[in-house]
Design a protein around this ligand. Structure first.
Ligand code: KG4
Ligand code: ZN
Length: 335
């Protein structure tokens, strides 16, 4: 069927989001209500607060997405919702809103994995060319995902401890920067030089896994040691050095996996995909590799949104996947 219109709903963390997408590619609306301001004074996302905000916002956000897309529920072919992973209380708000709509309006329901959503954000700007590789870097995930066809995800590497975004946020916190710290570190890094020697966790030679907790500790130790000696460390240079380590490992492992797996396309995805250093590094690295198309999504599609959930949900809907009305939230869902 042509012209499949899907309503997407995303509430896995601290953004209440709804979007309407046509044919999995064309954004008709993309509404995101961010709770960042509420969580900031706690230095991170407070799960209970997140759930309550979602409850307050969800109906308004869905109505706004429908209004901006100029569609009615008659036009909606499916409701796609993030069923996991994420904060269970937060996920439940989206899942229940989606189930209520599906039941009351008799619309098919599709459950979407949050990471599949991040990957499919790229389909809103380009067609997929298989086989492809996606580097997913967010606050909760750092994964290399191999895809042979639509809807098929093989995780070939993942973080063994902190996610990249989590490391960014923790380092930012030790530098007294506001939550979420990623964008602040990124900005500082542009103003500094990577003069401080920090570790790179390559792990085993053939591994595509990542590890960022050692790097995070090294940054914290560097700060503390300097403090004890009464020395001052330039936050710009420290941020630049931290970012250089993260970006170098992410770029090298992605390049090696892309070559070894012979992929035709590489997709960057997740909140950390907004990082200027990472975008630049991948761009220049892939310039030298022929026959691989590097796709970097615009900033508004990197961080959490519901257009990406609708885009992934459309593909699942097209192959006949349907969620049941007893769908639950799955905080630790595997892709
Ligand atoms: O994908 P996302 O919105 O939520 C999760 O699914 O986790 O990612 C949020 C993460 C946060 O850790 C935030 O600090 C990080 O993405 N982030 C960045 C940048 N913008 C957002 N990290 C580094 N540089 C950035 N420019
Ligand atoms: Zn996310």
């Amino acid at each position: 069927k042509e012209n499949i219109v899907v309503l997407g709903i995303e509430t896995s963390c601290d953004e209440t989001a709804a979007a309407v997408v046509r044919d999995g590619k064309e954004i008709l609306s993309n509404v995101v209500a961010s709770q960042i301001e509420s969580h900031r004074r706690f230095g991170g996302v407070v799960p209970e607060l997140a759930s309550r905000h979602h409850v307050e916002q969800i109906t308004i956000v869905i109505e706004e997405a429908m209004k901006q897309a100029a569609v009615t529920f008659e036009d909606i072919d499916a409701v796609a919702v993030t069923e996991g992973p994420g904060l269970v209380g937060a996920l439940l708000v989206g899942v229940n809103a989606a189930k209520a709509l599906a039941f009351s309006r008799n619309i098919p329901l599709v459950g979407v994995h949050h990471i599949a959503g991040h990957i499919y954000a790229n389909r809103l700007i380009t067609d997929f060319t298989f086989p492809l590789l996606s580097l997913v870097v967010s606050g909760g995930h750092t994964e290399l995902v191999y895809m042979e066809k639509h809807g098929s995800f093989k995780v070939i590497g993942e973080t063994r401890d902190d996610a990249a975004g989590e490391a960014y946020d923790k380092v930012a916190r030790t530098l007294n920067l506001p939550y979420p710290g990623g964008p602040h570190i990124d900005r500082l890094a542009q103003e500094g030089t990577a003069t401080i020697d920090l570790p790179r966790a390559w792990l085993e030679e053939d591994s595509y896994d990542f590890s960022f907790s050692g790097l995070k500790s090294a940054v914290i130790n560097t700060l503390h040691n300097a403090e004890q000696r009464g020395e001052k460390i330039s936050p710009e240079n420290l941020a630049a050095s931290f970012q250089a380590s993260v970006v170098e490992v992410l770029t090298e492992k992605t390049i090696r996996a892309a070559k070894e797996l012979g992929v035709k396309q590489v997709l960057l995805a997740g909140g950390v995909a907004a990082n200027k250093g990472l975008r630049k590094s991948l761009e220049s690295a892939f310039e030298r590799i022929e026959h691989v198309d590097l796709v970097i999504p615009p900033l508004y599609l990197c961080t959490d949104n519901a257009a990406m959930i609708a885009a992934a949900g459309t593909v699942l809907f097209e192959v006949g996947i349907r969620g049941a009305l007893d769908m639950n939230a799955h905080p630790g869902l595997d892709i």
